[in-house]
Design a protein around this ligand. Structure first.
Ligand code: KIV
Ligand code: ZN
Length: 503
């Protein structure tokens, strides 16, 4: 069996199923380009039948990507499969990914199908997919809660119908490392598949075991791991790409496998995704969290200065982070700024660069030191403006409880000024926003944190707002934390408006 493990990234599909993480087409394209730089083997671009926007997103990613395989998801249903095949038409290396559940729980309560019906459907779906697209992946949803002998029959049927990849997902994050390793060993031995067939592991993190389960599945014979950047995904998320890739690299003596991921692109990918989706990366998240390489205790700092190996199992540079993330000062100039943006993985147009430069100078005036994260936040806020309906021109607040706020918005040429009273300045300003725009949402989450070190840091606000039953994440930044919060709230409202306008 080969030692290489393929990385199937599903950030743009399963990852996008995280509440509030939906991306518009431009954002998907930006992230897809970064995944290509990260050098994943396959990127799953979406579920085309879900909506016109989703179809368009997959098609555009398929047309743009040259090196990686591009996958599209389809239920084991004729219409879904034909739609996914159409979306994949421009792809250089397309993969049609079709799935059906195989656990008795799903058969009885969701599909209302017998085991024989699911077997038949598997054969038909894979054969249809194979007639339309050269490479087909078949997933047995809820595999880890399925009967192993029945699962063996389903897998044999899928392979006979032409499946090239067999994925055995832990859809509900229920399995354990020992169990999944045994399951892969058992199924692979019983199926006796042709050499070209790759077994794949797709894990959810409900018990915090997704990465451990993926590593164990590889020991059991899987040679593809499905994962997402920052581990985002349904519920508690999916296997985290950066954790599984670095585990292979750092503990190669225990897991003697390698991936083709360019690990130096990991941090960039993480930051870009967080900026696009508004999903905050916890400070203590392995590899990509802010504190992942921070040594707080004096004894640790002393050790690291003497020799890194005392308390560091990998270098920040190996995942694309630098020890000193101080980048630019006021005098760095536009050229220096452009160079730094390129290093950070952002390709800016001339117009974007000019806008960014103005924002950078304004920030450098207020703040002594400008860090990489400041730049990322500035770029994200600038990019967000491309789909913005309402722009925030000014916000002022007075008092505390009750507080009064005035917001000044611009929509095209129209200027809107609105005041409101609320419990505290942020509440008052958000109410003023809602009254100015004419609809309201329910604020479900609100976090504010410093984007970079120092008392004069940019405050980065993240909100989750529920509007008509759907969650929209918003981010906003400013050296004034009330303004950051208001910008984040407006960002979420603008996302809702942008998505509503495409329906
Ligand atoms: O978790 C799951 O079972 C899935 C499949 C569609 C692969 O996401
Ligand atoms: Zn999944």
């Amino acid at each position: 069996m080969p030692d290489r493990v393929e990385i199937f990234d599903t950030t743009l599909r399963d990852g996008e199923q995280s509440p509030g993480a939906s991306m518009n087409v431009a954002e998907k394209l930006e992230m897809a380009a970064q995944l290509e730089r990260l050098n994943v083997d396959t990127m799953e671009a979406g579920f085309p039948v879900a909506s016109e926007q989703e179809f368009e997103g997959v098609r555009k990613v398929a047309a743009m990507i040259t090196n990686c395989k591009v996958a599209a998801l389809a239920r084991a249903v004729k219409g879904d499969i034909e739609c996914a095949a159409r979306a994949l038409e421009p792809a250089k290396k397309p993969v049609l990914h079709t799935f059906i559940a195989t656990s008795d729980i799903h058969l009885e309560h969701k599909l209302r199908m017998t085991r024989q019906q699911v077997l038949d459907r598997t054969g038909e779906a894979v054969a249809l997919a194979k007639s339309l697209v050269e490479r087909v992946e078949f997933s047995a949803e809820d595999a880890t809660r399925s009967d192993w002998d029945y699962l063996t029959e389903v897998v044999k049927t899928a392979i006979s119908a032409g499946a090239d990849v067999i994925n055995l997902p832990d859809t509900v994050g229920y399995t354990t490392p020992g169990e999944i390793e045994e399951m892969f060993r058992y199924i692979i031995a019983k199926v006796n598949a042709p050499a070209h067939v790759v077994f794949s592991s797709h894990n959810h993190n409900d018990l915090g075991l997704a990465v451990a389960n993926a590593l164990a599945a590889v020991r059991g014979g899987a040679r593809q791991v499905e994962c997402t950047v920052n581990g985002i995904g349904e519920r508690a998320g999916n296997t985290s790409l950066e954790e599984v890739v670095m585990a292979f690299k750092i503990r190669n003596n225990v897991y003697p496998y390698f991936t083709n991921v360019v690990t130096e692109e990991i941090y960039k990918s993480s930051r870009m995704l967080s900026n696009i989706t508004g999903l905050v990366v916890p400070y203590n998240k392995p590899i990509v969290g802010r504190n992942a390489f921070a040594h707080e205790a004096g004894i640790h700092q002393h050790g690291v200065i003497a020799s890194r190996i005392t308390y560091e199992i990998m270098t920040p540079e190996s995942v694309g982070r630098s020890r000193s993330e101080l980048v630019l000062g006021k005098h760095s100039g536009k050229h220096g700024l452009a160079k730094k943006c390129e290093e950070l993985g952002f390709k800016l147009t001339e117009t974007e660069l000019s806008t960014l430069y103005q924002k950078f100078i304004a920030l450098a005036d207020r703040k002594k030191e400008v860090f990489e994260d400041d730049l990322r936040v500035l770029i994200a806020s600038m990019r967000d403006e491309s789909f913005v309906t309402y722009h925030l021109e000014e916000v002022t607040t007075a008092g505390h409880n009750p507080a009064m706020a005035m917001v000044k918005l611009r929509k095209g040429d129209q200027e809107i000024i609105q005041t409101a009273i609320g419990d505290g300045p942020v509440d008052a300003a958000c109410q003023a926003l809602e009254e100015a725009i004419g609809f309201s949402g329910k604020l479900e989450e609100f976090h504010i944190r410093a984007a970079t070190p120092g008392k004069d840091a940019l405050g980065e606000a993240h909100v989750s707002v529920r509007i008509e039953g759907t969650l929209y994440n918003g981010t906003g930044a400013s050296t004034d934390i009330i303004e950051a919060a208001v910008r984040a709230y407006l960002n979420a409202l603008n996302k809702y408006l942008a998505i509503r306008s495409t329906k």
